[in-house]
Design a protein around this ligand. Structure first.
Ligand SMILES: [Zn+2]
Length: 135
């Protein structure tokens, strides 16, 4: 899909559910094991809940045991933006949607092969489309 205009992104931010806004634009974190997408195992794609950009493929999802949906790689190299987050004592790498800048979660270097990365993502900012429901 095409990238939404800044005006369209502002409109979608305003229309997003409070829980989505709190995480996406307040960099909040949902409680572990709280979101149904943590246990989702069907094939499909995960899009940004704010702007609809493709973020992750279900083929890269795995059970990290952390309580948050976890992936070992994004849908594409350009899907995510990164910045260093100094909120905790040791810096973490924050990841956000490259299209609308919505905060998604963090990436850690304790993931499985082939990347060794763990994208630890809030389920509330993901929009899951099962493979059999895609048009
Ligand atoms: Zn987005």
């Amino acid at each position: 899909m095409s990238t939404p205009t800044p005006e369209e992104i502002e409109r979608r931010k305003a229309a997003a559910a409070p829980e989505v806004r709190r995480i996406a634009f307040g960099e909040a974190t949902e409680p572990p094991f709280s979101h149904p997408l943590n246990a989702e195992k069907r094939a499909g794609r995960y899009a940004c809940a704010v702007c609809g950009a493709a973020l992750f493929d279900a083929a890269a999802k795995y059970d990290s045991g952390s309580g948050w949906p976890s992936f070992f790689r994004p849908a594409s190299e350009t899907a995510l933006g990164r910045k260093t987050d100094y909120k905790l004592l040791s810096p973490r790498i924050e990841v956000h949607c490259a299209s609308c800048k919505a905060h998604l979660g963090h990436v850690f270097e304790d993931g499985p092969p082939p990347t060794g990365l763990r994208y630890c993502i809030n389920g509330a900012v993901l929009d899951f489309r099962p493979a059999d429901e895609q048009d």
